[in-house]
Design a protein around this ligand. Structure first.
Ligand code: SF4
Length: 314
């Protein structure tokens, strides 16, 4: 931990001035929130650069081989920030949704970050446990750790929450009458990392499919039967799908994801009952786009064939 920080007369911070946010996990779970909050406190915020092939290669080199891809990418983004900023923000994420728990890997992130970069960086952390503590209180704790004034913290919190609401309000594409309509599900850091999901979404679109991404703005999911927060939101969404409105679901999963290995079966059960076809694409650092494209083409073709067959029979 660091000592008392200097403040300007307006209550904002004088030093340290620079703080980094890894563009991974926490960044996508709370899009827009941390960046806005820390800037409003008066910090100079650096978000690591959007992922590229090099980020994935770096992740493969420096991270534990058994980690899931999002955690490996977190390590690569962390390494990118080391040396560029005075502090790096890595919260201990225990729950992002009341009544639920987060993936256990997210609870260990600050410790893993310190182990990953011994002596090289200063990690600043707070617990995010929306099960017990409102997010606004966790933000206030972070502001106090940075020695910001309560009025500055309050204003920064309001602005950051507005940014979060805007970022989570994913616009839904207008439906085209003759197109297939797919829902794409996956953890926010899979869906919204443009390097991971971009080529897949572009391919889906090129096949004449309307793709809607699952939204994490809806906070009404109950913790049964799925206790993991983001998984529960996705399961809840699938349960509410009206079969006549959806032609398919694509699940972007991560290699070595413990949560997905369990909940995928539950997703499939829901979709089987509704007779909505589903395909899971597993993201890992070795996945080639050509193989993914072939699978997507086969999936879309099989659904089109089914529709044509059903139309002929009627
Ligand atoms: S939920 Fe899965 S992908 Fe996400 S951090 Fe946990 S193991 Fe990794």
């Amino acid at each position: 931990m660091f000592g008392k920080l200097k403040k300007a007369s307006n209550g904002k911070l004088l030093e340290p001035r620079t703080i980094g946010i890894p563009r991974a996990l926490l960044y996508y779970l709370y899009p827009g929130l941390w960046e806005t909050f820390l800037k409003e406190l008066g910090m100079q915020v650096t978000v690591s650069a959007p992922g590229t092939r090099k980020t994935i290669e770096q992740a493969g080199l420096i991270s534990e081989s058994e980690h899931c891809l999002p955690v490996k990418l977190f390590d690569a983004h962390l390494a990118e920030l080391a040396g560029l900023v005075e502090l790096i923000f890595v919260p201990r994420i225990l729950s992002t949704l009341p009544g639920h728990i987060a993936c256990p890997k997210l609870g260990a992130l600050p410790d893993c970050a310190r182990a990953q970069c011994p002596g090289g960086i200063t990690i600043i952390t707070v617990d995010i446990n929306e099960n017990r503590t409102p997010l606004t209180e966790s933000m206030a704790q972070l502001g106090r750790l940075l020695n910001a004034d309560e009025t500055v913290i309050h204003q920064a919190t309001e602005r950051a929450l507005s940014a979060l609401r805007r970022a989570r309000a994913v616009p839904t594409a207008p439906r085209k009458p003759d197109a297939l309509n797919f829902l794409v599900i996956g953890h926010p850091y899979n869906l919204h990392d443009s390097y991971l999901s971009g080529p897949i979404l572009q391919k889906i679109e090129s096949l004449g499919v309307n793709a809607e991404l699952v939204s994490f703005a809806d906070r009404t999911a109950l913790p049964e039967p799925v206790k993991w927060d983001t998984c529960s939101i996705m399961h809840d969404r699938l349960q509410r799908l009206v079969p006549s409105e959806w032609d398919g679901v694509i699940h972007l999963s991560s290699f070595n994801c413990g949560c997905d290995s369990i909940v995928s079966t539950l997703y499939q059960e829901v979709l089987r009952e509704k007779e909505i076809p589903c395909m899971t694409l597993v993201l890992d650092e070795h996945a080639g786009q050509a193989g993914v494209d072939t699978r997507l083409e086969a999936f879309v073709d099989s659904i089109k064939d089914q529709h044509e067959h059903a139309a002929t029979c009627h």
